[in-house]
Design a protein around this ligand. Structure first.
Ligand code: HDE
Length: 751
């Protein structure tokens, strides 16, 4: 017993949850577990320092798995109980006075069950309500201590657990994934010096320059308050009314109307910290920095018609994609890179680095890669983890500090505040997914839902009764704010350069490829067509006239309007002329993962060449793609060579928009497919959405019936539209895979 008392934590269900104190109970306190662990599992950590870890788990070990074991519940082989652990004999019937009589008030089992159910929902996030998340780790490439004392960047190879949540902004929790919107990209780093949350977006700038305007911005984009429409869409009057009166939003509007706002996958998005942050080293010297996440999977987007159809075909398209990729072992990766610059350099820029509607072009300050993030584990429970996770821009660690960006300054307040009401009190930092791996010791006490059982009578500092503990870490070890010298008047206003609203909007537009520019114009046209107030449309056109005359003309033409005179500028300074920045085009980052995880449909029906289907299927599988046998109905199809083929999904349940490419194999099947409107729509949409198409032998007839241009053997007319005879399948398949890796053939776009 004595020995066990020394070895075992005080509460065997929560080993070492509250640090060292919990594992050395005073003599006489019971330490021996009277029952086995509630979960039936063994604790994975027994001492607090094991929880802390070295930050370098062995290769292949996911460091976030262990610490959460203390709260994981697996009911396999367990009896059903009440919340008090009382075994329940009958979970089907309430307690009644006679079989046909009223239910007894004393039925505590019924009442507990219903009461808990009645309170299952918590408020959704006021923005970013719809999201999906995963666990993983961040691995540092190098020792960055010259610029920051942040411990996660202190040595090459050091691993820090992360939890990352991606989200849309405007839609409610149950809205669709593929709507046109900014995407949230929030990363919680569980560092050994506390949690650091990098709460970013998939676009590097924002709509407004000052936190004061955020409630107005969000009110304007959310469903209109009288009839609660439209859901998850900026294409309505109130949004465009507001932004058209707010010319600082112009740069962000171009990003939002670009294909960035309809990503192919969360895995194919960049992420940005948006604001300028500070890095501070151990000597107290500081530099400015911008954070960039670059996906190894490349940057790829949907096309608008496809995104709109996906809203119906699979509202969970991005959630499913992330889940399936991780589930199948295709762990998505992003490289973290910093743009590091000094305050003196910042002074020389043509824009103000405190203005969140401006980016720092990579040509001006190149990216320094500092590490990579790998997401390798799906959550066990959506609510417990993805819904309850609470990101906060105020969560910084020693070595990382804020700039005076007035948008960032407002955010530092907002997140903690909103979470107090969303998560029901001030103790949400104790929810397992939010709890730091670093030990927590302070004198904050009580509040709703307190988990920690603080021991002793001292809950104040300074104290002598507890030997001064917990004691201040001091300047060397503790977080210290960068001591920026400021001597200014207290004012409401903006720095001068904030008034340049268009130079960078031009930079962005001029850096896009022609197809991206066309998509931007089409998105403006679509959104403004939905807007009902002509004066709002006109104001937006007057804004665009300051960006690019071709863009303004194209949007105006689509609306049947003339381009009005440009809005007057807010500053006398001439606009800054930037060189185009190729890095701002999505096409500049094709990615390194080839065809891995790309979905390919093989359209089949009775009479298909089964051997060919199998050969193509396994060849695609070998390269990591996800082939699917798609037919008019489930069951088996008869093949020309005898062996029947299992159908995996129907054309009805698995329409074209769910696939990155299509193959129509050789065989008689085409006669049947050509009579099925689903099959004809399938190839038409694959063509319209610029996706790779491979037709073999008789398969080519399906294109003809669908009105799709013929596929040439060498793909000479269109490198992603490949036709071949059965005998020459190998080179055609190679060309098809190449087109698939390239994602789309925009040259054929007809929209
Ligand atoms: Fe947020 N934002 N935001 N935001 N934001 C929230 O916090 C806010 C801004 C971002 O996956 C809220 O817990 C203000 C910029 C993400 O849980 C709230 C301002 C950027 C997420 C809030 C901004 C973001 C949020 C709502 C202007 C990109 C989702 C629920 C001053 C750099 C995090 C919550 C998750 C969530 C406030 C502007 C990113 C209300 C006041 C700029 C990714 O606190």
């Amino acid at each position: 017993g004595q020995q066990l008392a020394a070895a075992m934590p005080f509460n065997p269900n929560k080993p070492a949850e509250y640090g060292d104190a919990s594992r050395t109970p005073p003599p006489g306190a019971t330490a021996e577990p009277s029952t086995p662990l509630a979960t039936g599992s063994t604790p994975t950590e027994t001492i607090a320092s094991a929880k802390l870890g070295s930050g370098v788990p062995p290769a292949g070990v996911n460091p976030t798995v262990g610490p959460l074991d203390r709260v994981r519940v697996d009911s396999g082989g367990q009896v059903l109980t009440t919340n008090q652990g009382v075994p329940i004999a009958d979970n089907q019937h309430s307690l009644k006075i006679g079989l046909r009589g009223p239910t007894a008030l004393e039925d505590f089992i019924l009442r507990e069950k219903i009461t808990h159910f009645d309170h299952e929902r918590i408020p959704e996030r006021v923005v970013h309500a719809r999201g999906s998340a995963a666990h993983g780790y961040f691995e540092s490439y190098q020792d960055l201590s010259a610029v920051t004392r942040a411990s996660l960047l202190a040595q090459p190879g050091k691993r820090t657990p992360v939890f990352t949540r991606f989200s849309t902004v405007a839609g409610e929790r149950g809205s669709s994934d593929t709507v046109r919107d900014v995407r949230g990209f929030a990363v919680k780093f569980y560092t050994d010096e506390g949690n650091w949350d990098l709460v970013g977006n998939n676009m590097p700038v924002f709509f407004i320059q000052d936190a004061m305007k955020f409630p107005d911005l969000v009110h304007s984009v959310k469903p209109e308050p009288h009839h609660a429409m439209p859901q998850a869409s900026s294409a309505h009057d109130t949004f465009w009314d507001f932004v058209s009166l707010m010319p600082e939003s112009t740069h962000m509007l171009l990003w939002q109307m670009s294909d960035r706002a309809i990503p192919r996958s969360y895995r194919t998005m960049q992420g940005f910290g948006v604001h300028t942050f500070r890095l501070v080293n151990a000597a107290g010297a500081s530099v400015f920095c911008k954070f960039h996440w670059t996906p190894l999977q490349g940057t790829h987007s949907l096309v608008w018609d496809e995104a709109a159809k996906l809203v119906g075909a699979d509202p969970d398209y991005h959630r499913r994609d992330l889940w399936e990729a991780i589930d199948s072992g295709n762990f998505p990766e992003w490289e973290l890179a910093l743009q590091i610059f000094t305050e003196e350099q910042a002074e020389s820029f043509a824009f103000d680095v405190l203005d969140p509607t401006k980016l720092v072009p990579e040509e001006l300050v190149p990216l320094t890669p500092v590490g990579k993030m790998v997401l390798n584990r799906n959550p066990d429970n959506f609510f417990a983890e993805t819904e309850q996770v609470a990101f906060c821009t105020a969560h910084v660690v020693p070595g990382i500090d804020f700039s005076n960006d007035p948008l960032l300054q407002g955010r530092i307040h907002s997140y903690l505040d909103t979470q107090i009401s969303r998560l029901g009190g001030p103790n949400f930092h104790e929810i397992p997914v939010n709890a730091p791996l670093a030990p927590v010791h302070n004198n904050q006490r009580e509040g709703m839902h307190r988990q920690a059982i603080h021991r002793g009578r001292v809950n104040y500092e300074p104290n002598s009764l507890a030997g001064g503990c917990p004691f201040q870490a001091g300047m060397k070890n503790g977080f210290t704010s960068f001591p920026q010298t400021i001597s200014e008047d207290k004012v409401r206003g903006n720095p001068e350069l904030f008034a340049d609203h268009y130079s960078q909007a031009r930079l962005f537009f001029n850096s896009q490829s022609p197809v991206e520019q066309a998509h931007i114009a089409a998105a403006f046209r679509f959104e403004l067509t939905r807007v009902q107030t002509p004066a709002v449309r006109e104001r937006v056109l007057a804004t665009l006239a300051n960006v690019n005359p071709v863009l303004a003309g194209s949007v105006a033409g689509g609306l049947g309007m003339e381009v009005p005179p440009a809005l007057p500028l807010a500053t006398d300074r001439p606009m800054h002329e930037y060189e185009p920045s190729p890095a701002l085009s999505l096409l500049s980052r094709p990615g390194e993962t080839g065809i891995r995880t790309r979905k390919v449909a093989l359209l089949v029906a009775n009479g298909v060449d089964g051997a060919m289907v199998r050969a193509i299927y396994s060849s695609l599988l070998e390269d990591g793609a996800v082939p699917r046998v798609v037919a008019s109905q489930l069951g088996k199809v008869k093949t020309s060579d005898g062996a029947p083929l299992d159908v995996e999904i129907t054309l009805e349940a698995g329409p074209s928009v769910l696939y990155d490419a299509v193959v129509v194999p050789d065989g008689d099947a085409v006669t049947i497919l050509s009579r099925d409107a689903h099959a004809l729509d399938f190839v038409r949409e694959q063509y319209r959405h610029c996706k790779p198409i491979l037709v073999v032998g008789a398969g080519a007839a399906l294109l003809k019936h669908a009105g799709v241009p013929p596929a040439l053997p060498d793909g000479s007319a269109d490198p992603a539209l490949i036709g071949t005879e059965s005998g020459a399948l190998a080179p055609a398949l190679t060309a098809f895979k190449k087109a698939l890796a390239g994602h789309r053939s925009f040259a054929r776009e007809t929209d």
